[in-house]
Design a protein around this ligand. Structure first.
Ligand code: SF4
Length: 190
């Protein structure tokens, strides 16, 4: 069995758990058999370090991830608002982490990894870190959805059911019209 532990690099609170303690903890986990570490940060009052909103810079805990990586030899997963595809590749290529952890990014675009792998980086629809329809909905007891991917949680509603060929014209080239055109002519093309 592979055991990967998610750890907290820092509480970001006065007197709380900090990076030096986290390094000691990481070493203990490694010595006791952990196969990998998934590095996050922040507690309830500093959630901006694990569900970072759009108001803070990208890669807010990457320097802490790097410190952990430098102090253990097991694989490290970097997480939390990691920027764009070129940044993900840089993190791996610069040996800051061994894996990229993507959560909200996969809600916004479940195909983002496939697009990166296939060289279609310009087609990736990036999470905008609004925290409204994922985290916000959960906190209000609602099912998860996404402000940039309205199909999430409503997949059945978006199913096209017809037994004949339809002739559809999209009138208007604004955001709604363009999204409709993509949906009808690209995503649903047989
Ligand atoms: S609602 Fe969508 S775009 Fe906004 S933070 Fe959540 S996953 Fe990202």
């Amino acid at each position: 069995m592979t055991v990967i532990c998610r750890i907290n690099a820092s509480d970001f609170t006065d007197g709380g758990f900090d990076i030096e303690e986290s390094i000691k903890f990481a070493r203990l986990l490694e010595a006791n058999g952990a196969d990998g570490l998934d590095v996050s940060a922040g507690v309830g009052s500093t959630s901006e370090y694990h569900i970072s909103p759009m108001s803070i810079d990208d890669r807010p805990i990457l320097s802490l991830v790097k410190r952990i990586k430098e102090n253990v030899s097991i694989p490290i997963i970097a997480a939390n608002k990691l920027g764009f595809a070129k940044d993900w590749e840089e993190i791996i290529n610069n040996n800051i982490a061994d894996f990229i952890g993507i959560a909200r990014g996969l809600i916004g675009d479940p195909e983002c990894v496939a697009k990166l792998k296939n060289g279609n980086i310009e087609d990736i629809r990036y999470c905008i870190h609004c925290n409204q329809a994922c985290i916000g909905y959960i906190l209000n007891g609602l099912p998860v959805s996404c402000m940039i991917n309205p199909e999430v949680g409503r997949e059945k509603e978006f199913e096209v059911k017809t037994d004949r060929v339809l002739n559809i014209a999209v009138i208007g080239g604004g955001p709604a019209g363009m999204s409709s055109a993509i949906y009808i002519f690209v995503k649903k093309r047989p």
